[in-house]
Each structure stands twice: as structure tokens, then as C-alpha cells.
Design a protein around this ligand. Structure first.
Ligand SMILES: Nc1ncnc2c1ncn2[C@@H]1O[C@H](COP(=O)(O)OP(=O)(O)OP(=O)(O)O)[C@@H](O)[C@H]1O
Ligand SMILES: [Mg+2]
Length: 225
């Protein structure tokens, strides 16, 4: 158990991101941003800074990552679902999905995997790769839509389409576990919008994505230098 979830320690520095009262953390968004600026600097280098124009998006995401059920429901975000973070190239989707789990790792955590790597792995190893994602861990599939079609020897496979269908089954079947340890969550970053996702993976996948993910659109400028 984490005894001080409201205090983040980086090296010899401590950052307080909220107040602990009766075992409940009351998070402070301004303090969270101070911490994220520093953590981002440590993870991504000195050019990293949070942009004021991304404030609203960041607020939504922070509420989700700390699992503030009340604020999330007010913004139409379901804390039991995963996140589909869509937006233009270079706006900072992957960076945020790497940064934000540091806020409250006891509440939101996952392994982040580029979809291209999954397909390359499939091409080299075959269908057993699909099984790896059919387990109750949480994943963030990074850059959905840019991966090539899978091809193991002569067998072609829409690898991410198949994986997303089984992640949906898992999400539905883990409903009963909500009280115990939460659902199996899937998160996604992508440049594609809903129609493009449907074109790429079909309407069965699109409909299931809607059921298991909160769609968050990140409309910001390209941050690549
Ligand atoms: N807030 C930020 N401040 C400064 N640089 C940033 C910020 N966010 C991201 N970057 C930088 O911009 C570049 C693009 O960021 P990132 O890879 O997170 O974007 P992305 O939306 O995932 O892009 P893509 O759609 O191409 O996957 C990276 O070099 C990253 O370090
Ligand atoms: Mg990315």
C-alpha cells in the first residue's frame, strides 16, 4: 500500500500534488501541473513543457488518471472504460500516455506498446502473439492505424483488429471483477478519426471500441522541433 499517494518523490525533491484527508487524496490541478512539468522534463528533456492551450484536455486526462469518478462523469468520461486519445501527428499523445501514469500508478497503469511492434512480432512469430494480449493486464496500443497488415509466412492477418476484438471480450468478461480490481482496460493513441478507424478495422471493431473506450480528441499543434 502507498502511504503517501499525494506526495511524489523525484530524486531528493518532494512534490505535493494534493492533500490527504481521511485516507482520501484531494488533488490540486495546479500542483499536479507543476509536478508534471518537472516529470516531463526528466522523462523527455528540457524542451518539454505543458502548453496552456492543452489545459482542458490535460484536466480531463488528469481526472481520469487519478480516477476522480465524480469529475469524470460530469465531463462524460467513464472511469471504467479505457481512453482513445486521437489527434494530429506530433501533438503529444504518446508523451502524455507515458507521463500521466506517474500521477497515480496505483490507480492507472498499463504497458505501452507501439502497434507496429506487435505486427512485426506477429510476422516473425505467428498467431501466438495474439494470445499475449488476451490476458487481464492493461495495455496502451500506441499509434493504432499506422501498422502494416500482418503476414506470417503466407497467412495475412489484421493483427490489431483481432487483438481489439479479444480485448473487448476481456473487457466485457471482467465486468464482475470491477469491485475487486477493476476491469481489463485497453487504451489507444491514434491519428485516425472514428470513420477512418471503421474503414481500417470494420464496423464490428468500431462499435466495440465505442463500448470500451472514452474518445478524447487532442486537437493541438505539432510539438516536434
Ligand atoms: N508538451 C510538450 N512540450 C514539448 N515537447 C513535446 C510535448 N509533447 C510532446 N513533445 C515532443 O513532441 C514530439 C511529438 O510528441 P509525441 O510523440 O508525444 O506526439 P504524438 O501525438 O504521439 O505523435 P504521433 O501522432 O506522430 O505519434 C516528441 O519529440 C515529444 O518529445
Ligand atoms: Mg505517438
Amino acid at each position: 500500500m502507498i502511504t503517501e499517494p499525494h506526495i511524489k518523490i523525484e530524486g531528493t525533491s518532494k512534490f505535493q500534488i494534493g492533500e490527504l484527508k481521511n485516507d482520501i487524496v484531494h488533488y490540486d490541478f495546479e500542483k499536479i501541473k507543476t509536478y508534471l512539468n518537472i516529470k516531463g522534463y526528466l522523462l523527455f528533456g528540457s524542451t518539454f513543457k505543458l502548453y496552456p492551450e492543452d489545459d482542458l484536455l490535460l484536466y480531463k486526462l488528469c481526472c481520469y488518471f487519478i480516477q476522480d469518478h465524480y469529475s469524470c462523469s460530469q465531463m462524460g468520461i467513464d472511469t471504467n472504460k479505457g481512453l482513445l486519445l486521437s489527434g494530429p501527428v506530433g501533438c503529444g499523445k504518446t508523451s502524455l500516455m507515458k507521463l500521466l501514469p506517474h500521477l497515480a500508478p496505483h490507480k492507472t497503469n498499463y504497458e505501452i506498446i507501439p502497434t507496429r511492434n506487435i505486427v512485426f512480432n506477429f510476422n516473425a512469430t505467428g498467431f501466438e502473439v495474439l494470445d499475449r494480449y488476451n490476458e487481464t493486464r492493461n495495455y496502451c496500443f500506441d499509434d493504432l492505424g499506422i501498422e502494416p497488415t500482418g503476414c506470417h509466412y503466407t497467412k495475412e492477418c489484421n493483427v490489431m483488429g483481432e487483438i481489439l476484438l479479444s480485448r473487448h471480450d476481456l473487457y466485457i468478461n471482467s465486468k464482475n471483477l470491477v469491485a475487486e480490481r477493476g476491469r481489463s482496460k485497453t487504451h489507444i493513441t491514434t491519428n485516425l478519426n472514428a470513420e477512418e478507424l471503421e474503414q481500417r478495422y470494420g464496423n464490428r471493431v468500431r462499435s466495440r471500441l465505442r463500448e470500451m473506450l472514452n474518445v478524447i480528441a487532442f486537437d493541438s499543434k505539432d510539438k516536434r522541433q
